[in-house]
Design a protein around this ligand. Structure first.
Ligand code: M6R
Length: 611
C-alpha cells in the first residue's frame, strides 16, 4: 500500500526521500511523488516506478533540506500523474501526502466545490488539502490549527505528512488508523509509514498513535492529540539493520526470503524450544496460558497467507491440545453477528501487524471482552501493540510482496503454542512431547536440505511455465498448504490456480482435469496417504499431469506421479513447514520464466492498510 517518507535536517532532502521511496517500493504502488521547500514549493510526481520520478527530477537543481515523498497504491482514481501524491491547496502553498481513505470525501468535496474549490484529481486526499485551505481561510487560523480542525472533520483512516512553503522548517504529521513513525537522528528527523526507509540513518523512533498529531522541526518534535492534549512519547530502538533489507546477492527478495527459512525458523524457535527440559517457553504468553486452556473456543482471525497459517494452526491446536478452534477471514468476521465474549480467545495473525481488516477484528473482539493474542512479525506494529499478549515470529523484514518466510515462522509459532498447551492440558504425553520437540528442532536442517538442490523444481517450472491453470490438492495439515501454494502462484505469475482439499476434487474440480491440467498433489502425511494415492489415480485416469510433493518414504506416490519432488520425512503435523517450500520455489521459478515482477506483482500491496 501507499508509503510515506519525510525528512527535515541538514542533508539533501531529495536523496533521503528518493532513497526512502525505493525502500518503500516493496509495499506495492503505482506512482510516486515528492515535495520539497526551496524558494517556494517544489512538487514533482509521476505514474510508474520511483525510477521514473528520479529521471523526472534528475536535472533539477534541488537544494532543499526538508520535504516529503510518497508511493501511491490507487484506491480512489486510476494510477496517473495527476492522482499521484502530494496534493496541494488551490494556491499550491502547501503539499500533503496521505495513506488511508477519507471515507466522507464525496460529501466534503461537494461542499468545497460549492464554495468555489476546483479539484484536479479524483482522489480523496486532494479533498483534505482543500478542506485545510478552506478552514484556514474561514477561521483565520494558523496552518497547524487548520490541519487539526480539518482532521477532526474527516471520517476514515489517515497517516499524513504536510509541508508548507511559508513554514519551511516544519513538517506536520498525524495518524488515524494508518501507521506513522518519527525517526530521531542527530539534528535531523524523519517521518515514515514503516521503518524501512529510515534504517541506516537512525535506529531511534517514536510511534504515533491514532488521533495524534505532531509538528517536527529541525530542533525536535512535539506530539499532542487532535484536541491539543500534549503527549510525551517513549523512544524505541529499532532492531532492523540495513543488511536485512537488502537483497544480499539474490536476484529477488522473494528468493532471498525463501532461502532464509532455515535460519528464520531457527530464530523463531531460539530460546523457546527447551529440549533438555522437554518444554516450550513463550514469554509473551506468560500469565495467559490458563485463559487459553479454559477458552470455550479459540478464534483465529487473519487474511491471505496468514489465514492459511491459521488453518494449519487449527489442525495443530485441535490435534495436540484438544482445544476447539475456528478460523475466520478477518474481513468477514467483523461484519458477522458478533457472538464472541470473554469466554473466547482470539488469535490474530499478521506479518505486517498493520492489516486493516485484522486490526478491526482484533478491536471488535477486545471490545467484547475476549482475550486477544497476536502473532506478528513486525515489532512495534499496531496489531502487536494493541493485543493483550503475543508471540513475535522473528522472521526479520519480509520485503517480497509474496509472503514466504513469514508463513513458515507463523506455523512454527502456532506449533510451539499448540505444544505448550498440549503439555499443560495433558493431552500430550511426555514421550510424545519429546518426540515432537526433537522433530521441530530438526526442521531448519530439513528446510536447508530441500533448498540444497532445486533443480527438479526448476525443471518442472520450465515445463509448466505457460500452463493457464493449476490445481493444488492436499489433505489434513496440507490442505492449507494447497491453498497457500495456489495463492503464491496466482500472486506472482498471474496464472489461475485453485487449492482444494483432495477429496473435494470429486465434487466439482475433477471436471477441469484433462491432459493440459497440472495438478500439484501434496502427499506427505502418512495418515492420509492411502486416500491421496486414490486421488492421484483419479487424476491419472483423466490424463491430468500430477506433480507430487512427497516425503522420501512414499514410494507408491512417487511411482504414480508424473513428476515428484521429495522432501525429508517429519511428523505429520509439522509437514507444512517442509511442503510449503517446494511450492514457493515452483511459483517463483514460473514467475521468473514468465518475466513477471516477482517482488512487486501488479495490483498487490505488501501490507493492506485499507479495508
Ligand atoms: O501482513 P499480513 O500478514 O496481515 O498480510 C495478510 C495478507 O495481505 C498477506 O498474507 C497476502 O495475502 C500476501 N501477499 C500473501 O503472499
Amino acid at each position: 500500500m501507499c508509503g510515506i517518507i519525510g525528512y527535515i535536517g541538514h542533508r539533501q532532502a531529495r536523496e533521503v526521500i528518493l532513497n526512502g521511496l525505493k525502500r518503500l517500493e516493496y509495499r506495492g504502488y503505482d506512482s510516486a511523488g515528492i515535495a520539497v521547500i526551496q524558494d517556494g514549493l517544489g512538487l514533482y510526481k509521476k505514474r510508474g516506478k520511483v525510477h521514473d520520478l528520479e529521471l523526472l527530477i534528475q536535472d533539477l537543481e534541488l537544494n532543499a533540506t526538508s520535504g516529503i515523498g510518497h508511493t501511491r497504491w490507487a484506491t480512489h482514481g486510476v494510477p496517473s500523474d495527476v492522482n499521484a501524491h502530494p496534493h496541494t491547496d488551490s494556491q499550491s502553498s502547501f503539499a500533503l501526502i496521505h495513506n488511508g481513505i477519507i471515507e466522507n470525501y464525496d460529501v466534503l468535496r461537494e461542499d468545497l466545490e460549492k464554495k468555489g474549490h476546483t479539484f484536479h484529481s479524483e482522489t480523496d486526499t486532494e479533498v483534505l488539502a482543500h478542506l485545510i485551505e478552506e478552514i484556514q481561510k474561514m477561521g483565520s487560523l494558523g496552518f497547524y490549527e487548520a490541519v487539526q480542525q480539518a482532521l477532526l472533520q474527516v471520517d476514515g483512516t489517515y497517516g499524513i505528512a504536510v509541508v508548507h512553503e511559508e513554514y519551511p522548517d516544519q513538517i506536520i504529521v498525524a495518524r488515524m488508523g494508518s501507521p506513522l513513525l518519527i525517526g530521531i537522528g542527530e539534528d535531523e528527523f524523519f517521518v515514515a509509514s514503516d521503518a524501512s526507509p529510515i534504517v541506516g540513518y537512525t535506529q531511534k523512533v517514536v510511534y504515533l498513535e491514532d488521533e495524534e498529531i505532531a509538528v517536527i522541526t529541525r530542533d525536535g518534535y512535539e506530539v499532542s492529540t487532535l484536541k491539543n492534549v500534549p503527549h510525551t512519547k517513549e523512544v524505541h530502538e529499532l532492531a532492523l539493520s540495513l543488511e536485512q533489507i537488502e537483497k544480499g546477492g539474490f536476484p529477488h527478495f522473494m528468493l532471498k526470503e525463501i532461502f532464509e527459512q532455515g535460519d528464520t525458523i531457527s530464530d523463531c524457535m531460539r530460546g523457546r524450544v527447551i529440549l533438555n527440559e522437554n518444554r516450550i517457553q513463550l514469554g509473551g504468553l506468560d500469565g495467559y496460558v490458563d485463559k487459553l486452556l479454559k477458552a470455550r473456543r479459540i478464534i483465529i482471525a487473519a487474511c491471505g497467507t496468514s489465514w492459511h497459517a491459521g488453518l494449519v494452526g487449527e489442525y495443530l491446536f485441535e490435534y495436540l491440545a484438544h482445544i476447539p478452534v475456528e478460523v475466520e477471514y478477518a474481513s468477514e468476521f467483523r461484519y458477522r453477528e458478533q457472538l464472541i465474549d470473554e469466554n473466547d480467545v482470539m488469535i490474530v495473525i499478521s506479518q505486517s501487524g498493520e492489516t486493516a481488516d485484522t486490526l478491526a477484528a482484533l478491536r471488535e473482539a477486545k471490545k467484547r471482552g475476549a482475550l486477544v493474542i497476536g502473532i506478528c512479525n513486525v515489532v512495534g506494529s499496531t496489531i502487536a501493540r494493541e493485543t493483550h499478549a503475543g508471540v513475535y515470529t522473528h522472521a526479520g523484514p519480509e520485503i517480497g510482496v509474496a509472503s514466504t518466510k513469514a508463513f513458515t515462522a507463523q506455523v512454527t509459532v502456532l506449533a510451539m503454542m499448540a505444544l505448550l498447551l498440549g503439555k499443560e492440558n495433558r493431552t500430550l504425553s511426555e514421550e510424545s512431547m519429546k518426540e515432537l520437540l526433537s522433530e521441530l528442532d530438526s526442521i531448519p536442517e530439513k528446510v536447508n536440505e530441500i533448498l540444497k538442490d532445486t533443480s527438479e523444481i526448476e525443471r518442472i517450472a520450465s515445463l509448466f511455465t505457460y500452463a493457464p491453470n493449476f490445481l493444488y490438492l492436499g489433505r489434513s495439515y496440507n490442505f492449507p498448504v494447497a491453498l497457500e501454494g495456489a495463492l503464491k502462484l496466482k500472486e506472482i505469475s498471474y496464472i489461475h490456480a485453485e487449492g482444494y482439499p483432495a477429496a473435494e476434487m470429486k465434487h466439482g474440480p475433477i471436471a477441469l482435469i484433462d491432459e493440459h491440467m497440472p495438478v500439484v498433489v501434496i502427499a506427505a502425511t502418512d495418515h492420509t496417504n492411502e486416500k491421496i494415492v486414490s486421488n492421484i489415480e483419479e487424476v491419472n485416469a483423466r490424463k491430468g499431469r500430477v506433480i507430487s510433493i512427497t516425503s522420501n518414504g512414499q514410494s507408491s506416490v512417487n511411482r504414480l506421479a508424473e513428476f515428484s519432488v521429495t522432501i525429508p520425512e517429519t511428523h505429520d503435523c509439522l509437514t507444512p513447514l517442509l511442503t510449503s517450500i517446494p511450492l514457493q520455489l515452483l511459483s517463483y521459478y514460473i514467475a521468473v520464466n514468465r518475466k513477471c515482477d516477482v517482488d512487486q506483482p501488479r495490483n498487490l500491496a505488501k501490507s493492506v492498510t485499507v479495508e
